[in-house]
Design a protein around this ligand. Structure first.
Ligand code: ZN
Length: 517
């Protein structure tokens, strides 16, 4: 970057060093989940914690703060809507977030969450919420303190925690979208339960060997645009996707012989994350000419968990569960998966993979009911943090919400308020990003189809390029240049709303259940 002032060049250099350190940690963590022999666990924990400490030191170094200040004072860098001004703004944000928390609070949180995770595991196994409750109280108390340190003094404490995952979004804004959404989805689920005829899902239970599932999944990912020259797919118990660095995006999945769509949709989900990572401006060409590398700088990073999740949900649900997709995919599925697919049509598979069947467990929920699980958690954790809800009353509040929204009786806390790992990890403010992701995905999907009226025909021919290039130019290429809300408005012309998601769920689910609209 020859034209930049020396303090910006130096700042970018420091940021890249820290990003490289993060890449080191990402490879170590990936290896730990995929190929490391069990015997390496102790040594790996030591390696990971050393790298984490070095990374933290680099991100909080006094020199880095001084360089940011110097850049902020330089009008050439901060004026106008440029990558440089966005980088400086976001580096200030990151630096303040990392340096605002007292070291004592950070170590207390680490210890409390590590204890809470242990307690949660055995409490969940015994379905004994009382045993977990004191640990949850401790995590909440420290989370309030964390929120106080991070807060700018406006709004509620919960806002400061959401801001870590979804910059700039407030709980009251989420509530405004979630309240009508919860009612509409709840009504939709009830209409289907009362009047619908459930589709046959027998095809989903036919056994398929993992090797065949893998071959098909890789074929689909490559066809959609995921580059295996710049990425990998491996096996882990808990699937994830991580952009390790330029040209290196690792995704993982798991295979169950008795449920071949688990791995297919798991792969399409992680692939959506992976396409975002591969589309960030890290100095590689995406058919849009050479792009200056923003590696290590905010403009080279994903903007938020919600936008990240919008990419995974879009490929998994909007694309992967559409009839256009199965028109293209079925012959390939027949080739890769063999005899089991012999009697299927694009219509029969599409019906089988689009359901709205209320269930107790979030991670097993279908597309139709998933957001209800999230909205319940958003309301409860917000009330827990503010103190409006005592942990003593959590199981009752949980069970009441499940009855109201999903019509289900929760038989025990294991299948109720103890089912998720998030709170024991101190991940408060994280849940809403899942539903924000679905909402962004639906709004983007509506817009991309409006601008590409033949999109379904293209997908039915296996041509995913128009869809991918829309996302490359509207979302991926910008990194953190704009906030999530700005990105949404720039891409779709409107602020985030619940309407597109509700419309799309009705359009997909009512015909499957034989309900006239
Ligand atoms: Zn995801």
């Amino acid at each position: 970057m020859p034209d930049h002032p020396a303090h910006y060049v130096k700042l970018a250099e420091k940021a890249r060093e820290a990003a490289n350190m993060h890449s080191v940690s990402a490879v170590l963590a990936w290896d730990q989940e995929t190929y490391m022999p069990a015997g390496g666990a102790d040594a790996r924990a030591g390696q990971l914690s050393l790298v984490a400490r070095l990374h933290h030191e680099m991100c909080t170094a006094k020199e880095l703060g001084e360089l940011i200040t110097a850049c902020e004072a330089d009008d050439r860098l901060t004026e106008g809507d440029t990558c440089e001004s966005a980088n400086i703004r976001e580096m200030r944000r990151d630096y303040d977030k990392k340096t605002k928390l007292p070291a004592k609070l950070v170590s207390e949180l680490t210890e409390a969450t590590s204890r809470a995770q242990h307690a949660w595991k055995s409490a969940r196994a015994d379905s004994n919420f009382a045993a977990f409750r004191p640990f949850l109280d401790k995590v909440l108390e420290l989370s309030r303190e964390k929120a106080r340190c991070l807060s700018d003094g406006s709004g509620e404490l919960y806002d400061a925690l959401i801001d870590v995952y979804e910059p700039g979004v407030k709980a009251s804004e989420i509530e405004e979208v979630f309240t009508p959404l919860r009612k509409q989805i709840s009504d939709l689920v009830r209409t289907i339960a009362d009047n619908g005829k459930p589709p046959s899902t027998e095809i989903l239970e036919r056994p398929v060997a993992p090797a065949k599932q893998e071959a098909f999944g890789k074929f689909v990912a490559e066809s959609c645009g995921f580059s295996f020259e710049r990425g990998r797919l491996d096996i882990t118990t808990h699937p994830f996707c991580e952009g390790v660095g330029p040209g290196d995006t690792r995704m993982t999945t798991r295979y169950r012989e008795a449920s071949w769509t688990d791995s297919l949709y798991g792969i399409m989900h992680e692939m959506g994350h992976g396409l975002y990572e591969q589309g960030l401006p890290l100095g590689e060409s995406h058919g849009q000419g050479h792009v200056e590398s923003q590696f290590g700088l905010p403009c080279g990073e994903a903007v938020s968990l919600g936008i990240h999740e919008s990419q995974s949900r879009l490929w998994e649900n909007a694309v992967g569960r559409s009839q256009a997709f199965w028109t293209w995919a079925l012959p390939h599925a027949q080739k890769h998966l063999g005899q089991v697919m012999g009697d299927q049509t694009p219509e029969s598979i599409t019906r089988a993979v689009n359901t709205a069947d209320p269930s107790l467990i979030r991670v097993e929920a279908d597309e139709g009911t998933y957001n209800l699980h999230i909205m319940i958690r958003f309301e409860l954790e917000r009330a827990l943090l503010s103190g409006d809800l005592s942990t003593a009353d959590l199981p009752d509040a949980w069970n009441t919400a499940y009855k109201e929204s999903l019509g289900l009786d929760v038989p025990n806390d294991r299948e109720g308020c103890l089912q998720d790992v998030h709170w024991s990890f101190g991940l408060i403010g994280y849940f809403p990003t899942y539903t924000l992701g679905n909402l962004y995905a639906a709004q983007f999907w509506e817009k991309v189809r409006e601008e590409n009226p033949d999109l379904d025909d293209q997908i039915a021919k296996g041509n995913f390029a128009p869809l991918l290039s829309w996302f490359r130019s509207r979302i991926h290429i910008h990194g953190r240049r704009y906030t999530p809300s700005q990105l949404c408005e720039r891409a779709t012309g409107k602020p985030l709303s619940a309407e597109p998601l509700v419309r799309q769920l009705k359009q997909k689910l009512y015909p499957v259940y034989g309900i006239k609209q």
